[in-house]
Design a binder for this molecule. Sequence first.
Ligand SMILES: [Zn+2]
Length: 391
Amino acid sequence: MIILGAPYIEQAGSRVYVCSKVDDNGNEYVLRIGTYSEYAKYLVDDRLDSFVTALLPRAMRRKEDIKCMAPVSGSLLYQINEYLVPVCSSKMRDYHLIKVEADAVPDVTECAGAVATGYSGGVDSMHTVMNMTVLNKSPFKLTHLVIANCGAYEGGNDERKISYFTEKATNGIVKDTGLKLLLIDTNLHQILNDENYLSVISYRLTSCILALQKLFAVYFISTTYEFAKFSFDINDSAYADLFLFPYLSTKTTSLYSTGGHKPRIEKLIDLSDYEPARKYLHPCIMTRRNRDCRCSKCVFTKTALYALGKLDRFGEVFDLDEFEKNKDWYIAQTIVNKDIIHYGEAYALLKEKGMITEKSKQMARIITAATIVAHRNKDIIEGNNKEGQKA
Ligand SMILES: [Zn+2]
């Protein structure tokens, strides 16, 4: 059984955290979720909604009930026990039917009414900002951008990552849009470090948001996947966001998955007309990326924009000369990886427009052959010949 201690508030420098001491089968740790002091009054410290949510995947995976030493919002408790856990455990073999034991209390009544979305600078996040500001695509007017430190970014330590992203946003998108920027800092990714972030992404983000129910009335979580590709995937919870978010919402704070109505490639078309995206797009997971970054996300974003004839608009984000010089390599990567979701979209467009060069096809064949050889000889290359060990 996982026992969640009653929440308490802790000040650390200029930040204030709501914390819960967890007894996880005798293994004790403290989970904390916090923000700047000026937003501390919005932290919810009379209930365990956010901590229950953070630990749900772990509890379901290990078949452990969660016992709460403080209440949980009545609507959330009901939704988790009656809908979320039964459905997730029946749809995914690795998740089991468990119970959250807690006293139910009326949902939070005090709320400042903020409408927010997470801000990473990525394609999905930027598209949401555009939709909810200039295009006014929802009845709710966006008021806040949120940078949530709960496991999304790679490279460097937490404080450096946070200051890099907050400074970049403060001097960029915040100035252009007039939205307020809020940091939510957690130790979820440090404590629950045996969890693959993508497998729990929906729960982690929700956990951050529910800690500030007194602030957020509506929260948009940008999805990478089209709604039509809905599924229950143990390795990536976001495929099931359309199911999860209504059941992780409370009467106070509504969570919406957004952006799944169109594929990535169409989002890029929209963003090419959005000035802030042309300046601040940050398509990849590397905290400090270079304009010539060749991570998979940057590669398919550049190639997709090239296929769309829009790459030249993103000279502040990508090194256009580098792309031009290595165009065949980029196209070759798209051919090789065409079965991977977003590469596939770029590949289809390149093919449709007759933009796949003979040289790129040749390079793709070489890359594929080299990958096969490397895979076959993996053990030898790594000095780990299993046949040799057996002998
Ligand atoms: Zn990159």
